[in-house]
Design a protein around this ligand. Structure first.
Ligand code: AMP
Ligand code: ZN
Length: 114
């Protein structure tokens, strides 16, 4: 999608701190980190919200989780614990309408979330 910031990052039209890339997905450091580790895992396919995930995307979604797990292990937060978040629509706080998994960790998380 031409005016989507995450599509532009995936197409290297906008710079970002990309730490992982394969044919289906990228992972990049969040520009405004909310925890010592705050990395985003993004499919290259433009899917606006989690409500738009279709059966054909099932393997892709599993792939995003595998990438997130690997990054959590590499960053040393897997055993301590971390949070995976995918916001959906305005009341969740979703700001970028191209799905992404937030990997948040490196500090104690709180529940309920804000
Ligand atoms: P959400 O509110 O779930 O849509 O999350 C969007 C996230 O993307 C926020 O944590 C932003 O800080 C982050 N973000 C927005 N623009 C960029 C960018 N250009 N590079 C990296 N992270 C970004
Ligand atoms: Zn997009």
């Amino acid at each position: 999608m031409s005016d989507c910031i995450f599509c532009k990052i995936a197409q290297k039209k906008v710079p970002a701190k990309i730490i992982y890339e394969d044919e289906l997905a990228i992972a990049l450091e969040d520009i405004s980190p909310q925890a010592p580790v705050h990395t985003l895992v993004i499919p290259k396919k433009h899917i606006p919200t989690s409500l738009d995930i279709r059966e054909e995307d099932n393997a892709l979604l599993g792939h995003l989780f595998q990438i997130a797990n690997r990054i959590a292990c590499e960053k040393g937060i897997a055993k301590r614990g971390f949070r995976l978040v995918m916001n959906c629509n305005p009341e969740s706080g979703q700001a970028v309408y191209h799905i992404h998994l937030h990997i948040l960790g490196g500090r104690q998380m709180h529940w309920p979330p804000g």
